[in-house]
Design a protein. Sequence first.
Lengths: 252, 252
Amino acid sequence: MPRAVAPPDATDTSLRQQVYESVREALTMGRFAPGQKVTFRYVAGVLGVSLTPVREALRRLVAEGAFEMNPNRSVRVPLMTRDKVLELRDIRMELEGLASAKAAMAATRSQIAGIRRAAREIIVARNRGDGATDRQKVREYHFAVYAAAGQPTLLRLIESLWLQTGPYMNLLYPDFISSSRGPAGRQRLIEALQTRNAAAARREMAEDIRRALSYVADLADENGNIAPAAPTAVTRRRRQPAGAASFDLHAN
Amino acid sequence: MPRAVAPPDATDTSLRQQVYESVREALTMGRFAPGQKVTFRYVAGVLGVSLTPVREALRRLVAEGAFEMNPNRSVRVPLMTRDKVLELRDIRMELEGLASAKAAMAATRSQIAGIRRAAREIIVARNRGDGATDRQKVREYHFAVYAAAGQPTLLRLIESLWLQTGPYMNLLYPDFISSSRGPAGRQRLIEALQTRNAAAARREMAEDIRRALSYVADLADENGNIAPAAPTAVTRRRRQPAGAASFDLHAN
DNA sequence: TCGCCGAATTTGTGATCACAAAAATGCTTT
DNA sequence: AAAGCATTTTTGTGATCACAAATTCGGCGA
């Protein structure tokens, strides 16, 4: 998967960055419960570091909307509501539609090949009933498209939005997925990229997002709240110096 | 100017927040030179605080795109290029267009009145040749529209984008402003809000942004770089305990 | 005068500490 | 047993310190 632009903090080995990535992944994997308070000392304890890097990592996640601050200064996982999902849906339709349109105008042959490969791998995983790999490949497919747009700021914004919706994408499995027109839509998008049809690319991507997030919004209870699906299987953390474990749900 | 939504960190009195606001304002006012390295100890010294709150404030600004990190861990003011302006232009057209469309569907009478008032104040300032007030009122006008949309996440994203383009909006004065169709466009937008014409509201706002940022992009030199206009007059900082001064250009 | 190399300085990072606000606990009283 | 209140514990905040990496500076040699 070639990345045309936006070299990420690949070489950042600071503890702050490691903590950021660990917590971010735990969040994406749904390993924190919505509304759960996450204390600095808890994270520091789990990862075996001091408060300093934890504070900076968590504050960054707050700035990105992945966490929110209590009025009285503590950090918690945001509760998802129908209104919030609908807001995110409309924003994502705009931005990811824009990125797809730009990708249609800028994508190279090899980038399109990478997108096509990711699309194939989605089908393979889906046929196997492998939901975890499915989700992973869907993400790769999407970001392969967005990376082909060659717009670093746009890519950053989209990543921030995925961080907010990520824990709730589990809810699409398995019911929504099986009824989805997914493969055909992706096929049309790829054709649009090849024919440099920006409007068609935008339309396909926006429509995909509309369907998925509208489905999630409809899962809200009478109060408008949406509970995330059960977290995916807890895979052990790598790294982590001494006695550090992975995050656990309902910790603290 | 009624704020329908998104109660900001109004009651956050932490040093971190104060540092964040100070640096953010200095950045918006163009008091830092593009490419300038901003060291933690310098900011801490100017504001009379320790490194701790400064680090968190600057890291947040990095996360918001207002600063960027050197590969070898230091923070600097991003250089603006034509490509970046064009990218920001297209993103802003989408998001601020979306916000305007939502505002057309949701704005209350009193919100529309506030928007109209801001539009009038722009004209007054412009007739006086008061560029600083002009810019201030333009900002108020835009955010009055966006606040009327009632979409907190969208508002946050737009604020982040303004933070990135802010220091370069000086460049519109006075040449672009005098040739602009500004007042008429704002009048049409307000009419669209009143008639609940979302498509028209979106079109007017997007067109405004397109013209302004296209103009800025055309100011790039042969290398694609864009220099910001001279900073506006340095107004003294408030607060600041002991011996602390305001930021100065080319500091360090 | 220019380029190179080692020392001195600057600067970001992470840990630790003291402190105050907030939250939790437990005791008392009705 | 429930509600109020004081005490203890938890938790975020900000300052300070030690350290290593990066940068700057100064002098030497070509």
